[in-house]
Design a protein around this ligand. Structure first.
Ligand code: ADP
Length: 282
């Protein structure tokens, strides 16, 4: 993990110039190649708008505000290059299926960019293997489960060989099983293929395992850091309208009853271990 792949510097934005409030205010952040980061925040805090700047759907009003892999997105001539490098998975699985078979669905983006036939076939097979959907080549997408549809959508994206995948609330309409499938798939792509992952979510449980997280509140980044640091700011997280992960809620209830646990326990397993240690001391 080395160079900054994404750099955003003092970015402010409103959709409508007449609006008083900004949708984004003074956002600065950088993300390194190969990182898994989460952008968390309540509905309306500006997460999707920020994502649209990262994949070039929105362009900044000033130069040197948004740089993706060396490209300043102020330069509209290069915007297609940025869009090729950053793939996005959206919330609703049904809106992302565009063809009548899984194979054609994954082929869609490749056909549009004129990839040669043999290369296309290889990439489709590779991408479907990566998301564990290789046995569904001729299946009709609409018959698949939500988690399977999202995995096919991810296959369509990785077939284009992007550097970055943004999941924009991509698990929020899925059942727990589908959610697990999608997160495990993206986790593997991050670890094995080195694809940079940005997970946008309002669910702090999902952010626990990221390398770093950015918490958004009313268009600003209110906290950033590694999970251990960020989760110590429970007051600010609650102010941002977020629900604390289960293990932190238990820890806070225990603290109210006078039972203090020295470290921040982000998972149930760690919490149980700490409670076990406390019990052994008594
Ligand atoms: P989040 O992803 O955190 O829910 P969004 O970035 O979607 O937040 O929205 C931030 C704010 O921008 C909200 O107040 C929303 O109503 C407004 N907004 C989002 N998209 C548009 C748009 N296309 N036109 C005008 N306002 C928008």
């Amino acid at each position: 993990m080395s160079k900054n792949l994404i750099s955003i510097c003092n970015l402010s934005f409103k959709y409508d110039a007449e609006e008083v409030e900004n949708v984004l205010t003074d956002i600065s952040l950088s993300i390194k190649q190969g990182e898994w980061v989460s952008i968390v925040g309540h509905n309306g805090s500006g997460k999707s708008t920020l994502a649209k700047f990262i994949n070039g759907l929105l362009t900044p009003t000033n130069p040197n505000s948004v740089n993706i892999n060396g490209i300043d997105t102020f330069d509209e001539d290069k915007i297609w290059e940025v869009r090729k490098q950053v793939g996005m998975v959206f919330q609703n699985p049904d809106n992302q299926m565009v063809a009548t078979t899984v194979r054609d669905d994954v082929a869609f983006g490749l056909e549009n960019t004129g990839v040669e036939r043999n290369e296309m076939k290889n990439r489709i097979n590779w991408a479907l293997q990566k998301v564990k959907m290789e046995n569904y080549l001729n299946h009709e997408p609409y018959r698949l489960s939500g988690g399977q549809k999202q995995r096919v959508a991810i296959a369509g994206i990785i077939a284009m060989l992007p550097l970055v995948i943004i999941l924009d609330e991509a698990t929020s309409m899925l059942d727990p099983m589908g959610r697990k499938e999608v997160l495990e798939t993206v986790w593997k792509l991050n670890k094995e293929e080195g694809i940079t992952v940005i997970n946008i979510t309002h669910d702090l449980e999902e952010a626990i395992f990221s390398d770093r997280l950015f918490v958004m509140n009313k268009g600003r980044i209110s906290i950033e850091g590694v999970p251990k640091e960020v989760f110590q700011e429970s007051q600010k997280l609650v102010e941002a309208g977020l629900e604390l992960p289960f293990s932190l809620q238990v820890q806070s209830s225990l603290a109210n009853k006078g039972i203090e646990i020295a470290r921040t326990c982000l998972t149930k397993e760690v919490l149980v271990n700490e409670l076990w240690k406390l019990k052994s001391k008594t």
